[in-house]
Design a protein around this ligand. Structure first.
Ligand code: ADP
Ligand code: MG
Ligand code: MG
Length: 248
């Protein structure tokens, strides 16, 4: 049982206040969706949790099972059981997907998996996500299509088995078939009940496949409305206009 607690979080970027008091608790077994218009600060929340150096926390706290996440290095956050999709976005020439994943698994588990077992695990994960076998030998992130990036993200989830996963715009750049494969991956992964998922998205379409337990609407750098899955249905029908009006 794990809990990610975000308490009154304030974050600035380039001296501009973006997050203005975010409160949110995610427990294992729960899926929370954060939805909101472009520029409302959704990615800023993800980057702040990830520890991106450009995002300065000016107030509040983030706790993982009571431990102060904000004082941890990015690697420590991963070892503590946090998964952030954008954690390793860089292209790394000379490092294959397979090598990268084995290092990531070693870092998080604290010991290297036996090569034969890891190879089997990797193959199962790739088969589940309809990823071609040749993908494992490609250079990390080099020339990845949108769909390949997202599948790689979900493959990492399956191998790393984090306590809490933060997924930002996991549905962007996916065609319908890829969206279904990625959604099935998230559902398989959260089906264990051991993981809490924070799914950040501008669009409602992924929420047709991955049903959230809670929906939070972001506007102007904070949560302005909360509800169950029915809130996503209403946003799909009505859009974000009324929140924009409320802020103006
Ligand atoms: P969302 O993900 O909801 O679209 P973002 O968190 O990306 O919103 O952006 C929120 C606000 O913060 C925007 O006004 C954006 O211009 C600003 N912002 C985000 N990241 C940066 C950055 N690295 N440098 C300058 N401004 C930024
Ligand atoms: Mg945006
Ligand atoms: Mg964003």
């Amino acid at each position: 049982m794990s809990t990610l607690e975000i308490r009154d979080l304030h974050v600035s970027v380039a001296d501009k206040a973006i997050l203005t008091g975010v409160n949110l608790t995610v427990r294992s077994g729960q899926t929370h969706a954060i939805m909101g218009p472009n520029g409302s600060g959704k990615s800023t929340l993800a980057y702040a949790i990830a520890g991106h150096p450009k995002y300065t926390v000016t107030g509040g706290e983030v706790l993982l099972d009571g431990e102060d996440l904000l004082s941890m290095s990015v690697d420590e956050r991963a070892r503590a059981g946090l998964f952030l999709a954008m954690q390793y976005p860089v292209e790394v020439p000379g490092v294959s997907v397979s090598n990268f994943l084995r290092s990531a698994v070693t870092a998080v588990r604290g010991e290297a998996p036996k090569l034969r077992e890891f190879t089997k695990e990797l193959k199962t994960g790739m088969d589940n996500l309809s990823i071609d076998a040749a993908f494992a030998q490609r250079n990390l992130n080099e020339g990845f299509s949108g769909g390949e990036k997202k599948r790689h993200e979900i493959l990492q989830l399956e191998l790393l088995k984090p306590k809490i996963a933060v997924l930002d715009e996991t549905d962007s750049g996916l065609d319908v078939d890829a969206l279904r494969v990625v959604s099935e991956g998230i559902n398989r992964f959260r089906g264990s009940g051991d993981t809490g998922v924070l799914l950040i998205t501008h669009y409602t379409r992924i929420l047709r496949y991955v049903k959230p337990d809670f929906v939070h609407v972001f506007a102007g750098g904070r949560i302005v409305e909360e509800g169950g899955p029915e809130l996503a249905d209403r946003l799909e029908a009505e859009g974000y206009e009324r929140y924009a009006k409320a802020l103006a």
